[in-house]
Write a protein that binds this ligand. Structure first.
Ligand code: NDP
Length: 297
């Protein structure tokens, strides 16, 4: 007697923006039967040609698989799609890879539980073209057992990084990382505008700007020393003091102003230094800015 063989598990993907399409395509490539649904039905065309089934309604989509992955602009979109189909949620597992605040995510986990669904929140940490590559990883939070039950299906999207039972935590990790990402991108654009305003070719300038970015991990030596300073609140050092860096921040504001470019980003950075100096950190290392950024209890 031969044991029954089971193939890759069916998966439903709701939301077919660039990210949802990449998720569905990756799951199809991994051999899963994939059911899709999207508000704008035409966005499913290529996936259907590649073998996906297109559900007629959100309820049909959720019913087609034990596991439903959501990839939507925000959690409001999840409610717009599923609030009228909550009967289908009983016994389902929802993995929501959409961005929103930790609080909204916690409320959604409660909502899902109320309707009998298991709920896992996730944050996919690469752009759509990199989904399914070695570089891809995904923060997950919520019940560990739910990730455990579906990890084999989710792993091809990106390496899972489980960050805790609190469903809001994956969003928190995601948004903290996106804080680094968005401010870095804004910094690159600000710097390019300054160079360009002076007649420097952006194409000539940007490679050096990227060298500055990739030099930061070396400067931070893997982050251990930085973590120690932030955790202890002790910021010794005379190489990169608040006074010296603050003077540079001031020069950047002045040069931006003289160049006619927007000064709001440099002003915001300068304000950190100004407040650190005003609260007695002039001779501390630049890491002392943390003391004016973090919450005061
Ligand atoms: P898009 O905003 O391009 O796509 C969003 C999807 O949400 C579409 O399918 C859209 O439907 C649907 N949608 C939005 N509002 C509603 C609504 N009110 N009712 C029904 N459907 C709605 O997002 P992406 O695909 O780029 O990203 C999806 C998620 O992944 C986001 O939360 C994003 O932050 C995250 N992410 C994206 C990355 C990227 O590089 N794109 C990288 C990492 C994370 P319709 O087609 O009908 O408009």
């Amino acid at each position: 007697m031969s044991a029954a063989t089971t193939g890759p598990a069916p998966v439903t993907v709701i939301g077919l923006g660039p990210m949802g399409r990449a998720i569905a395509a990756t799951l199809l490539e991994a051999g899963h039967p994939v059911t899709v649904w999207n508000r704008t039905a035409s966005r499913a065309t290529e996936l259907v040609a590649a073998g996906a089934a297109q559900a007629a309604t959100p309820a049909d989509a959720v019913a087609a698989s034990r596991l439903t992955i959501l990839s939507l602009t925000d959690y409001r979109a999840m409610h717009d799609i599923l609030d009228g189909s909550t009967d289908a949620l009983d016994g389902a597992t929802i993995v929501n890879l959409s961005s929103d605040t930790p609080d909204v995510t916690r409320a959604a986990a409660t909502w899902a539980a109320h309707h009998g669904a298991s709920f896992l929140a996730g944050g996919l940490m690469v752009p759509a073209p990199m989904v399914g590559t070695e570089a891809a990883y995904v923060y997950y939070s919520g019940p560990r057992a739910v990730l455990g039950a579906h990890e084999a299906v989710l792993r091809p999207l990106g390496t899972p990084r489980y960050v805790g039972e609190d469903p809001g935590l994956a969003q928190l990790w995601y948004q903290a990382q996106l804080t680094v990402f968005l401010t870095t991108l804004a910094g690159l654009l600000q710097a390019a505008a300054m160079a360009s305003a002076a007649g420097v070719g952006v194409g000539d300038f940007l490679p050096d700007a990227l060298d500055t970015l990739t030099g930061i991990p070396v400067m931070l030596e893997g982050g251990h020393e930085l973590a120690k300073r932030l955790e202890t609140g002790v910021h010794p050092g005379d190489l990169s003091t608040v006074a010296m860096m603050g003077a540079t921040a001031d020069h950047i504001v002045s040069t931006s102003h003289a160049s006619g470019i927007d000064t709001r980003l440099p002003q915001a950075i300068k304000s950190h230094y100004d407040r650190a100096i005003a609260t007695g950190h002039r001779t501390d290392n630049w890491t002392a800015l943390y003391e004016v950024i973090k919450p005061r209890h």
